[in-house]
Write a protein that binds this ligand. Structure first.
Ligand code: VGL
Ligand code: ZN
Length: 204
């Protein structure tokens, strides 16, 4: 069973959003086109309380993109984004998401960020995604969405660690920075994740 994991395809990560990924909307028609090749579609949704401590706005004298220590973990400070119930937290209407079997929300605990769809950044609690995929008989996980070197990267890494055959769909993700993506792909390759650079390499 092959699952497509669609990570954080939400307005705040798209052009016009508060943490917009350059050309993030270019991947939406690609995802719409490929998604029916998979046995099951699963989405993640970044879903923060408005006082989440990954937000620079919650810290005095701190700037966006500064790195702090948050409860023992390095934490990049982000602009406020994907606040529960806001437009920015909604999935893009351009994405044909009717076929999604389940949505796993993450980032609800204001004390810890959650890039991966599987765990928070401290691996203190799980979202249940691993168990869900197992119960569905999934053996192969294909990961796409936003942002490439954050949530798509950590979700791919954890999928591989959980024992799924894992594919990072480079043609269906966009990074916050180009350098971040280069680094992410080289680490994933070391970890046994297969980087798929072109749509026509997906043959099944
Ligand atoms: C993400 C930064 C903060 C992502 C989420 O979806 O990649 N990045 N929260
Ligand atoms: Zn976030």
């Amino acid at each position: 069973m092959k699952a497509l994991l669609i990570v954080d395809l939400q307005y705040d990560f798209l052009p016009g959003g508060s943490l917009a990924v350059h050309q993030g909307d270019d991947i939406i028609p690609i995802i719409n086109k490929i998604q029916d090749k998979f046995d099951i579609l699963v989405a993640t949704q970044d879903w923060h309380p408005k006082t989440h401590k990954s937000f620079a706005s919650q810290h005095k004298d701190k700037e966006v993109f500064e790195v702090i220590d948050l409860n023992g973990l390095p934490q990049v400070l982000w602009p406020d984004h994907c606040v529960q119930g806001t437009k920015g937290a909604m999935f893009s209407d351009a994405w044909q998401s009717n076929g999604v079997a389940a949505v796993f929300r993450k980032g609800m605990d204001e004390e810890v960020d959650s890039y991966s769809g599987f765990f928070d950044n401290g691996k203190r609690s799980t979202t249940g995604l691993h168990g869900f995929l197992q119960e569905k008989g999934v053996t192969e996980v294909y990961v796409c969405g936003l942002a490439a070197e954050f949530c798509v990267y950590y979700t791919s890494k954890d999928a591989a660690e959980a024992g799924f055959k894992t594919y990072f769909l480079d043609f269906a993700t966009k990074p916050i920075t180009a350098e971040g993506l280069v680094e992410a792909k080289s680490r994933l390759t070391e970890q046994g994740v297969i980087v798929v650079s072109k749509e026509d390499e997906l043959v099944f």
